[in-house]
Design a binder for this molecule. Structure first.
Ligand SMILES: Nc1ncnc2c1ncn2[C@@H]1O[C@H](COP(=O)(O)OP(=O)(O)O)[C@@H](O)[C@H]1O
Ligand SMILES: O=P(O)(O)O[C@H]1O[C@H](CO)[C@@H](O[C@H]2O[C@H](CO)[C@@H](O)[C@H](O)[C@H]2O)[C@H](O)[C@H]1O
Length: 474
């Protein structure tokens, strides 16, 4: 045991309240109701700091959610840590003597970041936790990734569904090497994470519209807290090349609307990039024809979302029967083949890379959708509709910030140019699928209504207004 070795055997009792204050927390309850379903350990830091990643099922919401909560247990407080990253204190032991331990949100602790990067690049295997939880994790380096060495890290600002850590690295001779961004998944699901599968497949196929993959962490855990629970498995973290100096397309578009700049050229090239990624995905991953069964499944999923949205946002109730009819129309329309897609496509998922153009990120799919559904071949029109919604969000947020002004023409021009760029590259006029496209736009706006009601109620009118408009048009 190294000098100062920390042995944590409990979680701070402040943890449920702390979890409930995080952006990735999905329930509306003030306090999470957490049950431990697993723990996995990274090797301790040279000063003895212990890193325990707790896998906690929260039962406070309607559906239970499994959160990944990596905590760093230190024998002394960190002088340079932000107060919000201190989760609490616990009794524990240091070198065999009873002692207070300070417990931090580990991604904000550089010592944890160093351990995580090495774990991934060296192909580490987690050691057993104090609770013999049965959970385990393994690191995997992508075959094309270099063996970079940790040189510093910080958490990306504006955390949302996940926590992303940016690493500076050096090579064996100490020269700066490629920076890496590692997304620590906060919500875990049984099964492969499409973010890793889809993006890595695209990069391996030589597609430069996504960043190259660096590595990932996979794991196993009990599905439920009970000792006889079945075991689940899935992905815990994903690392890829960090592209410095990028601006996300949402910021770029907001700047454009603020300055009254037309966005058509950029929207057209974004449409072409989107169609290119879809074409590569159709080449490298399985596609299936949209038979009656598949169409019925998609329609059923849309109807489930309609019911969920009306339950959470009752003002949507007046549109329910009209939306139902639009879904029925879409189900009986002509469908293209189904294939892997982005799945949660919006301007925040695309970055403008200097001297390179648009690059697509975050193929995880909609975080509120079951993982099994997100890994199924789907309609490319879902992505197209997602981006159309995003242009509407740009004008909606602008109009909220500038009462009395309209950005409607800006959004219409961007939407039309995006569709043009997409159709040109795909060699298919997207207008041929208008019925389907409208249904997917409404479906996305229903999803957004739930998302906004839970996270940003002030923005709820943006998707709700869109639903009323789309229903009137159809
Ligand atoms: N490879 C990358 N290079 C540069 N910036 C990135 C990269 N990956 C992610 N980012 C930045 O992080 C933000 C969030 O990443 P994303 O994959 O969308 O995570 P989340 O699932 O948490 O939304 C992006 O909008 C972008 O600004
Ligand atoms: O966290 P993710 O990026 O996976 O996506 C979630 O959060 C998004 C908000 O950032 C949300 O997107 C919605 O708001 C955007 C503006 O902030 C807008 O551009 C999108 O069109 C709109 O859907 C996304 O839906 C949600 O899954």
């Amino acid at each position: 045991m190294s000098a100062g070795a920390v042995r944590p055997d409990r979680r701070p009792n402040t943890l449920p309240g702390w979890v409930a204050r995080q952006r990735w927390y999905q329930s509306t309850a003030q306090t999470a109701e957490l049950a431990l379903v697993g723990e996995w350990l990274l090797p301790p830091a040279p000063d003895g700091t212990a890193f325990v990643t707790h896998l906690l099922r929260d039962g406070s919401g309607e559906a239970s959610t499994l959160y990944q909560v990596p905590l760093a247990y230190r024998s002394a407080p960190r002088v340079d840590a932000a107060e919000s990253t201190l989760v609490g204190t616990v009794d524990g032991d240091v070198d065999g003597s009873a002692s207070t331990l300070w417990v931090y949100d580990a991604p904000h602790d550089p010592a944890y970041c160093a351990a995580l990067l090495a774990f991934m690049l060296d192909g580490g295997v987690s050691s057993e936790s104090a609770h013999s939880s049965g959970a385990a994790a393994a690191g995997h380096r992508h075959p094309t990734a270099s063996h970079s060495i940790f040189a510093g890290a910080h958490v990306l600002r504006g955390e949302q569904s996940n926590t992303s850590i940016i690493f500076e690295t050096v090579d064996a001779s100490g020269e700066p090497s490629v920076p890496v961004i590692c997304k620590v998944f906060r919500t875990l699901h049984h099964g492969e994470n499409p973010d890793i599968v889809v993006q890595s497949a695209l990069a391996e196929a030589g597609c430069t519209l996504v960043p190259p993959s660096v590595g990932y962490v996979s794991g196993v855990w009990r599905a439920e807290a009970s000792a006889d629970s079945p075991v689940d498995s899935g992905h815990l973290a994903f690392a890829q090349r960090f592209l410095p100096g990028v601006r996300d397309a949402w910021r770029v578009a907001l700047d454009a609307v603020e300055h009254g700049e037309d966005f058509s050229d950029r929207a057209r090239s974004l449409g072409a990039a989107t169609a290119e990624v879809h074409a590569v995905l159709a080449d490298i991953l399985p596609t299936v024809s949209a038979a009656a069964d598949e169409r019925a499944q998609v329609a059923a999923s849309m109807r489930r979302r309609l019911v969920a949205a009306v339950a959470e946002v009752p003002e949507l109730g007046v549109y329910a029967s009209a939306v139902d009819a639009i879904i029925a129309g879409a189900e009986s329309a002509e469908w293209p083949r189904l294939q892997r897609i982005h799945g949660d496509y919006h301007l925040g998922q695309v970055v403008a890379v200097p001297d390179r153009g648009w690059v697509l990120l975050d193929f995880e799919g909609e975080p509120l959708r079951p993982l099994a559904e997100r890994s199924q071949p789907d309609l490319t029109l879902r992505d197209v509709a997602g981006m159309l919604r995003s242009f509407d969000y740009v004008s909606g947020s602008y109009e909220q910030a500038h009462p009395g002004e309209s950005a409607h023409d800006w959004a219409s021009a961007a939407r039309a140019a995006f569709l043009e760029g997409y159709s040109d590259r795909a060699g298919v006029d997207i207008e041929n699928f208008r019925v389907l496209l409208d249904a997917f736009e409404i479906d996305k706006a229903l999803y957004e209504s739930i998302y906004e009601a839970r996270n940003r109620p002030a923005w709820l009118p943006i998707p709700v207004t869109a639903i009323s408009r789309l229903v009137a048009l159809s």
